[in-house]
Design a protein around this ligand. Sequence first.
Ligand code: SF4
Length: 380
Amino acid sequence: MDRNLKNTKKFVPFVEVFSGFDERMNIPFVPAEVARRLLAWYGEEGRDLPWRHTRDPYRIWLSEIMLQQTTVEAVIPYFERFLARFPDVRTLAAAEIDEVIALWAGLGYYSRARNLHGAARKVVAEHGGEFPAELAGLMALPGVGRSTAGAILSIAFDRPGPILDGNVRRVLCRLFALEENPRGSAAEKQLWFWAAALTPDDRPHDYAQAIMDLGATVCVPRKPDCAACPLGELCRARALGMEQALPLRVKKKPTPEVVQVALFLRREGKVLVCRRPYRGLLGGMWEFPTREVKTEADPLQTARELARQWGCRGALQEAGAVRHVYSHFRLDLRLYAAAVEAQPQVGEDDGCRWLSPEKLGGLALHGAHQKALPFLAGAG
Ligand code: SF4
């Protein structure tokens, strides 16, 4: 017996009509019953979202990438702005990466913007501008993992592609009462197996959206609304009274805190900004000259060293501080201002520019440095 299913003995089929036990899946119901119920529910309760009015693979792909780690509410305005500027994959592929990153600014997880641009170029260069209509081809695009590929395949092409995003993962963990870390490798394998086995050949387009909607609106992380759930009579977690306890929550490591200094360096009414390398954290985003403060080091001293590197010998003025939470760390950013007498030569190749403050608003500054902008006016 599968070790994930240790409660099978306690468990009896609780709906007579679905009492056929599926040995292969260790489930006490006919797998097709899940799709039948979800599809009926989706017809009544499915959400009306901007990307649901189309089967255009470009729009479906764009929405799926934006929705990774991000809420529907946050995505909608970005989705609409992106489409207004890049109505098709060729326009996106032809754009400069800087413009793509600037339009993405504020949505977080910036590697998605770079991957989006790379994938668009690949679709144009290798597929003649048409998205591949099979799993392997989709998964070969930058930023498209197995679940995203499954979603695009199902929603855009109406071909069965299993999905295991956060919402679906939660539904399956509860439906099958998976009592172990859902991110463990055995659980992961089991979940993919269930996801694939439940995906129907008929109407995968609707099924994909139905199961994602169920996780987003009914089988929510806290207080799932089991009374309103179309899978209520099949759900093992509900039968065992475990719907609130599953999926198992694994203790996360505490988020590290990082202290950095950033400089408002002014010269002849302009201020210096630098672009981060394209590869790596916040790649391609802009920021004021920044340096991490080593443990035990003095932020002011670190700021002085950084300022000297930019030819600034004068006094530094404290200009404020901002806090910002990134995906892997919390940032405490201390701001200092100074005038620079001998303007260091910077060129496009250095990734640095002297810009008038009015022009900074149009730049893709990353989160903490966006928050720092209001402090610039009062500094120096
Ligand atoms: S019955 Fe409750 S726990 Fe089970 S799938 Fe439905 S909402 Fe989730």
